[in-house]
Design a protein around this ligand. Sequence first.
Ligand code: SF4
Ligand code: SF4
Length: 275
Amino acid sequence: MVAEALKNEVKERCGELNIPMVGFASTDRWKNPPSELPNHFDEWIPLDFWPQSIYPETETVIVIGLPIQIPILDTAPSIYYHELYKTVNILLDIKAYEIASWLTQKGYPSIYLPRDGYGDITVLLDNPLAFFSHRHAAFLAGLGSFGLNNVILTSEYGPRVRFTSIFTSARMESDELKTPDLCTRCFKCANHCPVDAIPTSGDFPPPMDKRTCALRSQKLRSEYRSPCGICIKVCPVGNDREIFNRKDTSIYSDKNNSNMIRKGWYHVKEYGSKK
Ligand code: SF4
Ligand code: SF4
């Protein structure tokens, strides 16, 4: 089957699986990063983290993304967001596994990757990296640009989308890199971070204080309300803000308890987790 027809079939399959975001990146993009990328890095992805180093037969990385619904994220940290995060992660794993199996059956051996890939938050305190970065894969597949908060920003959902990847031996053309740098440098993510883990100066995207962020996550986990989610909920980027009527991000600073939206958050936070 010609590469273009197969790529169209993968996109159709993603449509059937209700996956709104899909991108394609040839492994060559890890080896020879294109000059038109929206962000540039002083240090490129180390060789051991390339898809072809993990599964040498890989020709193309397919990246899929599922959105996080803003009104639920708005309650974060909470048991409600905790459950949504788990659900989206499980769905991503299942859908990626299905796509990999379907491609394998068609004669193109393929493997899925888990959206996370760490046993416990304590592991991240010592070594805050996964064996593969879906954020960089999404970036190389043209799905978005890096934000100050080190998360991929997309025009559709801002940073409120979770990604995973499929490594396939099928050759398919990479998607166009037409995404601009979407981060407005508004610093809302950094200013709302309760532990100051996001630097506001220096290189871009800035190296975050991953250990401090992981320590907060560990504390929230002991209270049954991880992950934190604050830096992605306050980000003004994304058409989802319009869809959910959340264009006005001052709701995150305005402590007026009579605000109906905030009342809902406080109610949710009262139940199912420790405060
Ligand atoms: S997840 Fe929370 S602690 Fe970590 S950087 Fe974002 S706001 Fe800060
Ligand atoms: S909140 Fe502002 S600075 Fe932070 S990632 Fe979003 S656009 Fe960039």
